[in-house]
Design a protein. Sequence first.
Length: 797
Amino acid sequence: MEKTVLIQLILLSLVVGSCQGCYCEHYPWGSWSSCSKTCNYGTQTRHRQIKMDEYYNQNFCDQLCTKQESRACNQQTCPINCQLGDFSPWSECDPCIKKQVGRLCIMHGKKPLFFAFRYDESLHKSSCCCFFSDAGRCIAKKLECNGENDCGDNSDERHCGRKKVVCSRKFESIPGVQLIGSGFHILSGESRGEVLGNSFNGGECRTVRRNETRKSYRVPANLEAVNFQNSNFIRVHKVISVANFTMKESNLQLSDVFLKALNQLPLEYNYALYSRIFDDFGTHYYTSGRMGGSYDILYQYSSEELKNSGLSVDESTECIRTETTRRVFFRKKKKVSTECVTNKMTVKHEGSILESAERSVSLVKGGRSEYAAALAWEKKGAFPGNTIFTNWLESTKDNPVVIDFEVSSIVDLVKNMPCAVTRRRNLRRALMEYAGRFDPCQCAPCPNNGRPVLSGTECLCLCQAGTYGTNCEIRAPGYESVAVDGRWGCWSEWSSCDTSFKRRRTRECNNPSPMNGGKPCKGEQEEEEDCYVSVFMDKGAPCINDDEAKREVDIAIGELETGCSRPDPPENGVEISPFKQHYNIGETVKLSCRAGFVVTGQTQYTCGKDLSWFPSILRSITCEKDEQTKIRGFCSPGQKQVGSECVCMNPEEDCGHYSEDICVLHALSEQHVTKTSCQFSAEKCLGEQSFHFLHAGPCHSSSNLHWAIERAKLSANSLKKVPCGYDTCYDWEECTEIKMCWLLHCVRMGFTGIVVQFSKLRSEECGSAVSAASLLTCVTLRYVSSPLGTSGIATSH
């Protein structure tokens, strides 16, 4: 038996020995090739010295052995001295500014410093096609001799006899109103030169009042709505909003300097000249947002003390927030946990975790810097009290900055000027080329799998854990990874428009290519978009004005008398359905986005009796990633999903993303204010009863609040309270399919002594004509009380 087992083991060992596979080191590696670059991350390869012998074929060496290897080399950053690049070809001579422009790149530290110009005195301004005034501004005749500098150069106030006064007294400008007229460079995240002329009042005396100070301010013509507000303070990181603003959608007044720069642009496309607009004025302008200040407190602790305190990271963070809320922001609502005052670290400082910190650093935007600096605290000094924070808070009201905003492209502002369409097309083309220069695909690969990023126009490397250095070229002890993840190179130029009216561009995963088991590039290798082919001959750069520009596919439709014309759907993927040329009164259209995105505003619009859409379709509507739906989960508006439960959102912490503006009535002050829908729904969920929904979109100064105020008073005694979109329907109303509360009857306000009739839409008054009474039965609503102490609404015909 033992002999049999021994024989089997010998045979098994022979079989295993014959199947052990190829020993690849039998074929040694050749030498490494020279590096593909002398600096800024190169690659080199080597190959096995394969010999096709019997051993190679019998042991499957072709399948088992790696024949080629690659590795990174010369990963150090190239030295950058002052380098002078070549001039681009000269542009056509521009007689308006008497200059020819060539783009000259002067590099120092990877940053382009300036452009070069050639000046020619032989050019004269008489050959320039310009506006009649120096600023190129055209104002209405009624604005002459009104005592205000509407023209910008005061030419409208010269040679005047008697002047007509617009305002009976002088009002100050809204604090920070010039800041919201600045351009915004979306690629660098910075404000730039003045784009909108917010000193222009348009011959109107519109004012807004701050209730707490009872001070009135002049509202410029560009602003559609502005209101002041107060804030609550509950976090270590705090954004204080003192005012909301919304720009008008059309007829915006441009600043003099921006208007002059646009007028000086040549009709022929020249990237050097057109890109200067974005350098000087940014790429976008503010359409709405909030003004105020932001404040961060960063506390620094000893790692050893935190470790020995017995508190977890989450517990110590919550203790810091709680004490800051109570001591700095002077809010006593938060209950202090026992662990916060009885741990080993705070017992040395009378239970204060803040005074246990080594020091604190405050980061501030807006307000007066001397107050913000006083909030920074070091261990050797006295801890700051709530008075210091209050002083800074008050200073943000007179020294605000833009803290939260929406923007639109400044290309959209190029209207109502000579050759506007031509200049707009050139600016769009320049913006696409300009944005490409801010793409990190132009950066050289970073060593050790670092991620290249652009800061302004400078390439930087974000290092992986275990690597460091200005270029991530240094490895920490123990870091041995050789994998190189792939990254995309830059997009190619767009192809010409083909017969299917499509154009395409591609990119390669070669910056660098994945090596040694690295991850491949994520995303699409090819992009496709719609395009058009002009049927007219290209005759250079014609001067096309706004009133001359019509799309070749558009067909003019006469003015409709029986309904609304098809609205132009906003850009960025917003679709409209049903899609028709015109709609009858009462018909509804719906705006939608592709999967994973949501419309940033109202989605349904109805054709009204005045042959216009209700509410108005805003051009700022677009498609954005559905962040709010992700937060909300399967919960109702104003709630968020936490695990399997629905809890009310925090109006400040959970509503930082974009949500549409709505107009609401503040019942206590009987004033209308603009709120974000997320904030309104969250406050409603938390039991806030003082705000009542009026309509979608920002509030307007012309809104009639009589019925809204009466309705809010009646609502407290209504037995029926049915949620209906943002609104709540009461005893005398019903919720329609489009989520609006319609009146069941024509209402007279008998309990106030005022007789006012209202039609089905709660915001519209009935006419005094008999037709209104014939359509609806008029009733009087008044409060009643029962002997049991309950109350309700009584109606009488």
